[in-house]
Design a protein. Structure first.
Length: 588
DNA sequence: GCCGTTTTCGGCCCGACTGTTTTCAGTCG
């Protein structure tokens, strides 16, 4: 059993224990262990075999025993018994807003409710309102929550959330009573999938700002509204929260509402270790509960709060309690990749396969945007659904691209189109073009589009063989996932990364919002192995060039710097790297 | 469940808001 599966089971144990009314700290211990396991950069089986589980943070004797059982036997007796003792419907009930473990336990004990459907029925019949500490309002809120879940997704793509959030943020900034404001939460941390959109503002008149926020045209309904905080439901079904604080409190509140939760817990523990107390109102020279301004460590910005805890500034996208504290103590936080560092995209489509724009249209638009190069990598023939090219059409396309480039050169334009293909990785890892055809192209990206349901071993072998082909520059959208729609195919990502490291093959960060693939969690490992990244738009339309910005944001979450990303290179250096990949080993 | 120079038990991040109460438990982030 691999680490993803182990982590999933540990997380589930935590939730099941919660539903049994267990000590919440026990639940957290399982969730923490799941995170630790998931972010390991070496095979879990190796750690188990070498008896090193106990060295991991948050894994004590009980969890060592359970994880070992999972890894060695593929199952866990404790988990199976626990799961059998909790009705499956309770897990779904936990997702209804306003319902937590305590209320679910009461509903089950008093009314025998064990599923969302039974809960809905019980609310309709008015049986829920009669329970102790429930009431009419709770009952109707539960019904609303169930209906809302049905009508709207509770998770949204980063790009979709950003599109809604940016105009709202601009609107808040223009409000006369707003001093400072920012997005917070998962949006500010550049997560690929967002739950709700969090905003934070500072003001001397919080009520005015809250009133303005809740009366915006995009607001469908107000979920909650207090003096300093409001939650609304926006068109399209995204929930948005605004918190308003004083300007003195703003840096502390921004830190707090940006999270992550795990990062915040570690920050507070750091404060306690230094005899301080950190909350959303301040950093206090006391471990007692206080808001005494005299005890406050004065901080105007987040930077100063970090400094107060002996840390360099941690960029929001790194605040996942995934190594940022160690790096921030030693001043080893990297300067992360930025949008403006990118000089072009090496995986894109045109009307020759399933893209919308012609080569001419692409060349003139990308030149206008100030990019240096743009590879046209249309699909190969096996992707017939995407009008993939066979060798003859590809060679015709190469001629057309050369003509365009000659014209650009004669006009003194610095921009160049690059020839290329997104070649299909077929069964057994063979490619859809011969090496001879591939050798004629500037850029070769190899991706899987068919036979997604093979076994982990088969898919891993396919990807490794493709990575080993000397004409392949990069593997495209490594996992095949479509966020919120399709799971990744099963494969051993670490084994594929190792193979890329050995072959000098790059891995794409596919910046299409529904892909964000390879996942940011794997990049620190790839980087440690020396594997380079290419941030690609996988553009099918001109406006997909904007994905470069999303890509840089997500890649920075993987701790990548300019030096780690190939398409930060200017054209001559890029061409050298593209050629170098194809030289036999020892001649570089 | 984990953890430890305030250590082997008794802590574990912390506060706003809601809806239920009439002082607070539960949920949420």
């Amino acid at each position: 059993m691999d680490k993803e599966q182990v982590a999933e089971i540990l997380l589930e144990i935590g939730i099941l224990l919660e539903l049994k009314g267990e000590n919440p700290f026990k639940t957290r211990a399982y969730a923490g262990a799941a995170r630790t396991i998931e972010t390991l950069h070496e095979p879990l089986a190796k750690i188990v075999a070498e008896n090193r589980l106990g060295e991991l943070k948050g894994i004590g004797e009980a969890l060592q025993q359970k994880i070992t059982e999972l890894v060695t036997t593929g199952r866990l007796d404790y988990h199976e018994k626990l799961k059998a003792s909790v009705p499956a419907g309770l897990m779904a009930m936990l997702e209804v807003p306003g319902l937590g473990p305590k209320k679910i336990i009461v509903l089950r004990r008093e009314l025998g409710v064990e599923s969302v459907e039974a809960l809905e029925q019980a609310c309709r019949e008015g049986r829920v309102a009669g329970l102790e500490r429930f009431g009419e309002k709770t009952q109707s809120n539960i019904l609303d929550g169930i209906a809302r879940r049905r009508a709207y997704a509770t998770q949204h793509l980063y790009a979709d959330a950003l599109r809604v959030a940016e105009p709202m943020l601009e609107d808040l900034r223009r409000h006369p009573d707003v001093i400072r404001c920012s997005a917070a939460g998962s949006l500010r941390r550049n997560r690929e999938v967002i739950g709700d959109i969090d905003f934070l503002a500072s003001s001397k008149k919080p009520a005015e700002v809250i009133a303005h926020f809740t009366s915006q045209p995009a607001v469908i309904s107000i979920i909650a509204r207090g003096d300093t905080k409001a939650s609304v439901l926006l068109e399209g079904g995204i929930q948005s929260d605004l918190r308003v604080v004083s300007d003195t409190e703003y840096p502390f509140a921004l830190l707090y509402f940006t999270g992550s939760k795990e990062h915040n817990i570690a920050m507070r523990q750091r404060a306690i270790e230094r005899g301080l107390r950190l909350n959303e109102y301040g950093l206090f020279r006391s471990t007692e509960e206080t808001r005494d301004p005299a005890l406050m460590v004065e901080c105007r910005t987040e930077e100063e709060v970090f400094a107060g805890l002996g840390l360099h500034f941690v960029p929001p996208e790194l605040r996942e309690d995934a190594g940022e504290f160690t790096a921030a103590e030693k001043e080893e936080l990297p300067r992360l990749i930025e949008w403006g560092d990118l000089k072009g995209s090496l995986h894109n489509h045109s009307t020759w396969s399933d893209g919308r724009q012609t080569l001419e249209e692409i060349a003139s638009s990308m030149d206008e945007l100030g990019l240096a190069y743009w590879a046209v990598t249309d699909h190969s023939k096996s992707s017939f659904q995407a009008n993939g090219l066979e060798a003859a059409r590809l060679r015709q396309q190469i001629r057309e691209i050369r003509e365009i480039n000659q014209r650009l050169a004669s006009e003194g334009v610095d921009f160049r189109l690059l020839t290329g293909t997104e070649v299909d990785i077929l069964k057994d890892g063979k490619l859809d073009f011969t090496d001879e055809v591939l050798s004629e192209l500037d850029v070769v990206v190899a991706s899987i589009h068919q036979r997604l349901a093979e076994t982990e071993a088969e898919t891993t072998t396919r990807l490794i063989r493709a990575a080993q082909n000397p004409y392949v520059h990069a593997l495209g959208h490594l996992s095949g996932r479509l966020l919120l729609a399709r799971e990744p195919y099963k494969f051993d990502a670490h084994a594929v990364i190792d193979a890329c490291a050995a072959a000098g093959t790059w891995i794409e960060f596919n910046a299409a919002p529904e892909r964000c693939d390879m996942d940011w969690r794997l990049w620190p490992y790839a980087k440690s192995k020396g594997v380079k990244c290419v941030i690609n738009c996988d553009a099918h339309r001109l406006d997909h060039v904007g994905y470069l910005r999303l890509g840089a944001g997500l890649a920075s979450k993987g701790w990548l710097t300019r030096a780690d990303v190939i398409n930060t290179l200017p054209l001559p250096a890029l061409m050298r790297e593209l050629a170098r990949k194809r030289q036999p080993p020892g001649r570089s």
